[in-house]
Ligand binder design. Structure first.
Ligand code: UDP
Ligand code: MG
Length: 313
């Protein structure tokens, strides 16, 4: 049985050697007559020495495979490319920075072997060492997306998981371009077992996710998995139309029945309403735009990534 370990790498020259050693340890302890490993490194257009390091590893180690991208396509694309290349019966994805502890792998393999689940996924129960504000926004995002979507996306779930072949094939069959893997993993279903671990800080280098990048990722996630925001626009529109109607009736009764007339023309309230409704319309247009934009991008049917170099099988 073959086990594929996929590592997306973007400017990871400092962490790669450390990770490779850790992976070799796992291989040493887990390899047996009927279990062997392949390591798949996906170089996501790194600008440092990542490429050289990977080539070096592949020269000395037959089980190291790689795909290089022609530019930075993002971690989602890197994971997809890795899964396409993986031939294993079990496939795992882990970060290059050791934040997904390879030491969990032996237990994960055992869990899959036992046959009681199809996916073993890691989840961090703490966000220790992460900026407070980032944790806050992350939590809010999970609350929001879980309320809006039919699928359940666990807070703290990482992309780190070991999957059976069927699961990988299911994920590959979703060939959408704007990928939000956390949602895709949940969407394909299968029996998932969670292993929990403390947050680990990256061994070297720095995070590639700025706040802005994460924010865009969050919008991607919501737009990719639910059309609830569109409904939100409908509800809001309905609510304000109703409000307007009640307002109208109120003034009508006041004028006809109670014969009270406004002697000051109500321009402040008018201004408020125009501004408010104007803002609302713009917001609805924005929401529509998000979806139309996605449709446009998907309709072009571009590939998810462009490889520039690949290891021979
Ligand atoms: N990564 C990638 N392409 C990118 C950004 C990140 O392949 O455009 C990889 C990165 O090399 C690492 C993993 O994705 O292996 C997670 O990235 P990072 O540690 O920067 O994210 P964080 O752990 O801070 O969320
Ligand atoms: Mg990291």
């Amino acid at each position: 049985m073959l086990i594929s370990l996929i590592v997306p790498c973007y400017n990871e020259e400092a962490s790669l050697p450390i990770l490779y050693d850790a992976l070799c340890d796992v291989r040493k302890s887990e390899s047996s007559d009927d279990k062997c490993f392949e390591f798949i490194f996906v170089n996501d257009g790194s600008r440092d020495k990542t490429a050289e390091i990977i080539r070096g590893l592949a020269e000395n180690d037959k089980s190291v495979k790689y795909v290089f991208f022609s530019r930075n396509f993002g971690k989602e694309a890197a994971m997809y490319a890795g899964m396409q290349k993986a031939k294993g019966d079990y496939v795992a994805i882990l970060d290059a920075d050791m934040q997904d502890p390879p030491s969990l792998l032996p237990q994960m393999i055992k869990d899959l072997d036992s046959g009681e689940c199809d996916i073993v996924a890691a989840r961090r129960v703490t966000r220790k060492g992460e900026p407070k504000i980032r944790s806050f926004f992350a939590r809010t995002f999970y609350r929001l997306i879980n309320r809006m979507c039919d699928i359940e996306i666990a807070d703290g779930a990482r992309d780190f998981r070991l999957m059976k072949r069927e699961v990988v094939d299911a994920i590959l069959s979703l060939s959408e371009r704007q990928r939000f893997s956390k949602g895709i993993f949940a969407w394909v279903g299968f029996r998932t077992k969670w292993v929990e671990h403390e947050n680990v800080e990256r061994v070297a280098g720095e995070t590639k996710w700025s706040f802005w990048k994460l924010f865009k990722y969050a919008i991607d996630g919501i737009v990719a998995f639910t059309t609830a925001p569109l409904r939100l626009a409908t509800y809001a529109g309905f609510f304000f139309a109703l409000l307007g109607f009640i307002y109208l009736i109120y003034y009508f009764i006041r004028a006809i029945v109670l014969t009270i007339y406004n002697d000051v023309p109500g321009y402040p309230s008018l201004l408020c309403f125009i501004l408010f409704i104007g803002g609302l319309i713009l917001m609805c247009l924005g929401i529509l735009g998000e979806y139309i934009g996605r449709t446009y991008i998907e309709s072009k049917g571009r590939p998810i990534y462009i490889p520039s170099e690949e290891s021979k099988d």
